[in-house]
Each structure stands twice: as C-alpha cells, then as structure tokens.
Design a protein around this ligand. Structure first.
Ligand code: XIL
Length: 367
C-alpha cells in the first residue's frame, strides 16, 4: 500500500466510524425523548445485557437495523457462525457472513456471541459422511481451534456444544445419539470444550440446551440428564463456564413451573456455573386466541420465566431469538404450518412497535 492509498484508507475509516457514531447518536437521542428508554439501557442499568439473534442480510432493512442499534447490546448470528455456513466444503472456510456481523457489532460497540461449534443439526453433508465412514477426532478439534482462533478477541462467548441431551433416544446417560456421539462416544463433549479453551483462554464457554424450561413429557428427564452432564463435566475439570437456556417458551405445550425451574437452576448455580438466556422467544401456536390475548399470555410467560432465572443472580445476558416478528425462524416453511396463526414470538411486532413482551422484559430487568 503506497502513502496515497494509506491516506485514502485512513480517511475512509475515520469517515465510517464518524457515520456509525452519528447514526448511534441520532438513534439514542430519539430514544432519549422516550421515557420508556430501551432494553439496552434498562438491562444495562440493572447489571444485564439484552441482545438478539440476527442474520447479516437483515442489515439491508434500515428501520430494523436502527431498532437493533437502539435496543440491543449483544448480538448472535442466527445462521452465519454455524458449521454448514462456515465450512460447507471440507477445508474451505467462509467467514464473510460472520465478519459482517462482527464488524457491525464493533461499529456499534456490541458484544458478539458465536453459535454453535458442535451441533447434531445443520452440519455440512461432507462432515456427516466423514464422521460415519472414517471418524477422526481432528474433524472436531481442528475446526473448533481454527474458528475460535479466527474470532479470538472479537467474540466474547461461544455455544461450544448445542443440544447434546435427548432422553427420547433412550440412552442410560440421556445423551442424544448424534453423529458426534456415534463417532467418538460421550467424550466428544469434553474434547470440544477443551479444544475451545485451548484456542481462546478468555472466551466464555457455554453448554447450550433446549427444552429444560417447562413442564412436558420429557421435561424432567431433560433437566435430570442435563444436570448429570454438567456435574460430570465439572467433576472432570472440563472448562465450561455457563449453561445456556435456549428458552424457546411454549406456554401452551411446555408451561413454566416456577418451582421446578428454580430447583433446576439452583443446582446449576450450585455447580458454580453462570446461567445465560440464549434464544428466548415464545411459540404461541395452539393458543388459538386473539393476537392481543396471545401477546398477553406470551408476556406473562416471559415474565414468569425471567423472574426465576434472574432471581438466581448469575445471569449476564438475555438474548431473544430475533428482535421483531418481522424476522422469526418460527415463520419458516417447516414450523409455520404447525402454528394456528402467524407467530408473534418476539419483543417488537412486525412494524417494530413494542409489544407486551417488550414490557415484560423491561420489568424483569428492573425487578
Ligand atoms: C435456527 C435458525 O433460527 C434458522 O434460521 C435455521 O434455519 C435453523 O436453526 N435452536 C438452536 C438454533 O440452537 O440454532 C436454531 O436456529 C433454533 C433452535
């Protein structure tokens, strides 16, 4: 790079930074008139960080992006940091999508979470074949070390392993009989966490799990086997920092029992783990009532859930799986047919107006 190019690049960088700070100032001033404040400010002044999942293609939606800048302090990639996106072909790494999200976060002084290094779903087909035909542990360890090192210092937290428990598979240890477990046995979980810690000594390492919040057919078993998994990891000195409650709440089919949830979370707290909320939304299908009543039910369930979680005193962030009903995974082709109505799972409606769930989050943070 010659001197002229360096000067041009420097000028561009300064201009970009000024623009983002101006954008943020305009948005925050607009909110300053709003007595309600924002979930970013309300959570921060009560010792939490509120965040949401996003996709990099959402940035083309200016109004939505401004709502994210206004409300959010932590972002997680709904899609871009999953292995089928990052390594679609063996040895060929694509970080572009995640880099857009990380750069957006840096411009707006947000934290970034990585989701997820090891999962049974959405794995590239080449990987599933390799694990089934010729399972080499490097398929696990080298990927984790490469990706965690690439984002070291820019990603503050990783979901290292996602959804390793599944009582319905009938194993004595309650673990999901996934391609990872078949390839390496239960030790793949410990190995994954040790690999991530080796790649970044500071990043928060999270074990993320679904369906441990409410009362349903497998609810007690999910909680029991998740506790056994975490206890075993801690007893073996595995570097796990936090438990991630996905919190895809279902008030109709998996209602929160505050006593059961408090007992479960109390045991996790007792292991010295932090308890983070990583994918909160409220799947309001089958409620079958008016949108207004569904939104009220969703807000009540959000509040009943968060009151128990935040009462443990070991939560740093609460992240919703999307910010607005304009973009929710529950509207995709697979899940939406199950719904009795257009889903309304998030704090803002499709027009980016605050819903009862927004107020439930604000009240929970301020409690
Ligand atoms: C979902 C995303 O929201 C979808 O866009 C994608 O097609 C599939 O994955 N639990 C998880 C998330 O841990 O990774 C899932 O995200 C939702 C359920």
């Amino acid at each position: 790079m010659d001197r002229r190019q360096f000067i041009l690049l420097s000028a561009w960088t300064v201009a970009t930074l000024k623009l983002s700070l101006l954008q943020e100032k305009i948005i925050s001033e607009a909110c300053a008139d709003d007595a309600l404040g924002t979930l970013k400010n309300i959570s921060k002044r009560n010792g939490y960080a509120f965040g949401c999942a996003i996709k990099s293609n959402f940035f083309s939606d200016k109004a939505f992006t401004e709502a994210v800048i206004r409300e959010v302090a932590v972002i997680v990639a709904e899609y871009e940091s999953k292995r089928h996106v990052i390594e679609p072909i063996r040895g060929v790494f694509h970080y572009e999508g995640m880099e857009k999200i990380v750069k957006f976060a840096q411009m707006h002084r947000m934290q970034v979470r990585g989701h997820t290094l090891v999962w049974h779903a959405y794995q590239p087909s080449w990987l599933v074949s390799a694990l089934e035909v010729n399972p080499q542990i490097e398929l696990l360890t080298e990927y984790i070390q490469k990706v965690v090192q690439h984002f070291r210092g820019r990603i503050s937290s990783w979901d290292v392993v996602n959804e390793a428990v599944n009582p319905a598979d009938g194993r004595a240890d309650g673990l999901r009989n996934s391609v990872w477990l078949k390839a390496f046995g239960p030790s793949y979980i410990d190995i994954a966490f040790r690999s991530a810690r080796k790649a970044d000594p500071k990043v928060e390492l999270v074990y993320n799990e679904m369906a441990t919040e409410g009362v349903w057919k497998y609810g007690d078993q999910y909680r029991y086997f998740t506790l056994k998994l975490l206890e075993g990891m801690k007893s073996r000195g595995v570097p796990v920092d936090s438990y991630g409650l996905q919190a895809h709440l279902e008030p109709n089919d998996k209602p929160i029992n505050q006593k059961k949830l408090a007992s479960f979370l109390g045991e996790i707290k007792g292991m010295g783990l932090r308890i983070q909320v990583t994918e909160l939304d409220v799947r309001d299908y089958k409620i079958g009532r008016s949108l207004e009543s569904r939104n009220t039910i969703a807000a009540d369930e959000t509040r009943r859930f968060l009151d128990v979680v935040l009462d443990q005193g070991v939560t740093d962030y609460v992240i919703t799986w999307g910010l607005s009903d304009r973009y929710t995974w529950l509207n995709d082709g697979k899940i939406k047919p199950l719904l009795s109505a257009t889903p309304s799972p998030l704090p803002l409606d499709e027009e980016l107006h605050r819903k009862p769930m927004w107020f439930a989050l604000a009240k929970a943070f301020e409690k």
